[in-house]
Design a protein around this ligand. Structure first.
Ligand SMILES: [Fe+2]
Ligand SMILES: [Fe+2]
Length: 265
């Protein structure tokens, strides 16, 4: 089984550019093409689908994402608007209806040998995220009722990337999540976005992979007090390959208009 991951597409109304430089629609289209070339069984979008969470941005995003050959599943990031995202994806059967016990956009995906738990870490008006009591209870309930190898996907990484630029944009409830994971043995990977870079860390003993943004990367800057800046590096995505013998192996890919791969034989 192959799971594709796209993150942080930051779509704007058609024709508008991210920070006046990058066309996020074009970049998302390139990510969709890269996914289609890899032929995953399903694709996860780990949030910040739209930059301002407007209906027009979601319309553009959906039009591009509709070109994915594999089924798409999405969760919100801090740039998304939960109500507008719910309205934009209301025809998808994974979208929880508003009258369900939780107003959050979180659900599980039955991925054959794997269970995928999609968590909503959005706090309206905040750049940082949270897993509150209700969201952690949802996670705990899902882990208790299904013992298959499990992937948790959420927008905000539950670990500090170690750069001052990200210091105040983390996840509240990360310690409680780690506590749950230490008691439940079936979680094999946490997938996140938000950092706009490929980052690997650990939460509760579980390997945590941050997928790069498919729109624009943030620069690596470990200097004390350094603020976030946009990097002119290639955008990217991630692919997670599951095999019963090897377990889950995660690959990060760069996205761009490269020449075709050259055979080394
Ligand atoms: Fe983002
Ligand atoms: Fe984000």
């Amino acid at each position: 089984m192959l799971i594709g991951q796209i993150s942080d597409s930051h779509i704007l109304p058609l024709g508008e550019k991210s920070h006046g430089i990058i066309d996020p629609a074009q970049r998302l289209l390139a990510a969709v093409k890269a996914m289609n070339a890899a032929s995953p069984d399903l694709v996860l979008h780990t949030g910040d689908i739209a930059h301002h969470g407007t209906p027009e941005a979601y319309r553009v995003a959906r039009e591009i994402l509709a070109q994915l050959k594999a089924p798409l599943f999405a969760i919100p990031g801090n740039h998304d608007d939960r109500a507008k995202m719910r309205a934009a994806f209301s025809d998808e059967n994974w979208m929880p209806s508003k009258d369900q016990a939780t107003a959050f956009i979180q659900y599980t995906i039955d991925a054959g040998p794997l269970n995928i738990i999609m968590l909503d870490s959005l706090v309206p008006g905040e750049v940082s995220g949270a897993l509150c009591k209700s969201r952690l209870e949802f996670l705990h309930a899902q882990l208790s009722r299904d013992s298959r190898p499990t992937i948790i996907a959420l927008h905000h990484p539950p670990m500090a990337p170690g750069l001052d630029g990200f210091a105040k944009v983390g996840l509240q409830g990360a310690d409680q999540l780690a506590g749950i994971l230490e008691k439940q043995g079936q979680v094999i990977r946490i997938l996140a976005g938000h950092n706009h870079r490929s980052v690997v860390g650990v939460c509760g003993g579980v390997a945590t992979i941050v997928a790069p943004s498919c729109a624009f990367p943030f620069a690596f800057n470990a200097k004390k007090g350094a603020s976030l800046s946009m990097a002119f590096e290639p955008p990217g995505a991630a692919l997670h390959l599951w095999d019963e013998n090897s377990g889950l192996v995660s690959h990060v890919i760069s996205i761009g208009d490269w020449p075709e791969p050259k055979s080394l034989r």
